[in-house]
Write a protein that binds this ligand. Sequence first.
Ligand code: ATP
Ligand code: MG
Length: 249
Amino acid sequence: MMTPYNVPRVKSGIPGLDDLIQGGFPEGTTILVTGPTGTGKTTFGIQFVYKGAELYNEPGVIVTLEERASDLRREMRSFGWDLRKYEEEGKIAIVDGVSSVVGLPSEEKFVLEDSLNVEGFLRYIYRVVKAINAKRVVIDSVPSIAIRLREEKNIREILLRLNTILLEMGVTTILTTEAEDPKRDKLSRYGVEEFVARGVILLDLVEKDVELKRYILIRKMRETKHSMKKYPFEITEEGVVVYPSGEIY
Ligand SMILES: Nc1ncnc2c1ncn2[C@@H]1O[C@H](COP(=O)(O)OP(=O)(O)OP(=O)(O)O)[C@@H](O)[C@H]1O
Ligand SMILES: [Mg+2]
């Protein structure tokens, strides 16, 4: 049998997931994580960067545009993740994209100023990635980039430019976005995110008896053989865990 060319893989840090995608995300790609509210998109993205630092010694940048860095640190502690520790070691950098917009003072090292335009935003991310020599990035979320930059009409162009810069830097990136009802409606808020990203992962809920069950679907992953099955996952006290041999009914 011929051995096919294997692209280098980046371990997701999500137990169970890498088995579904030939060992990890293709290195240097942008992966969109989409789904309705409360499905675990933020946790998924932070876990990718946190585990990168903790298990694989890969520095990562967290761009938080939905909650302040201090709130994020506190929330992530409920999974036993100590972001501070890796920030102090220079393995994680958190870019606070919220404080200045809501008019709160920030004591963060990396802060997006209020009046930022697209160029400024892209340049800042570039600088922080270089500053810690990051291999992983999470940007949470696409809708909040658009709203923050007051550029909702041009979101496709912004994402293309962002993606080009990320590819150029060689980082593997998780971008989160929202999809109100991915079964009936579109896969993402603006309907363009999935075209820019090279991989799309859907986190969603399905009703089983009187309970909502979480499932994950690898909707697209370039350079990767993957099934289109829905797999159960849970958010546990250690974060997101996927069950590759489980069933969704
Ligand atoms: N420590 C924990 N242990 C178990 N489950 C938790 C824990 N913390 C949060 N959760 C679950 O994770 C959910 C929130 O996940 P997360 O914030 O990652 O989702 P999201 O998709 O980013 O939501 P949003 O639409 O608000 O951005 C909570 O609603 C809760 O069900
Ligand atoms: Mg979130």
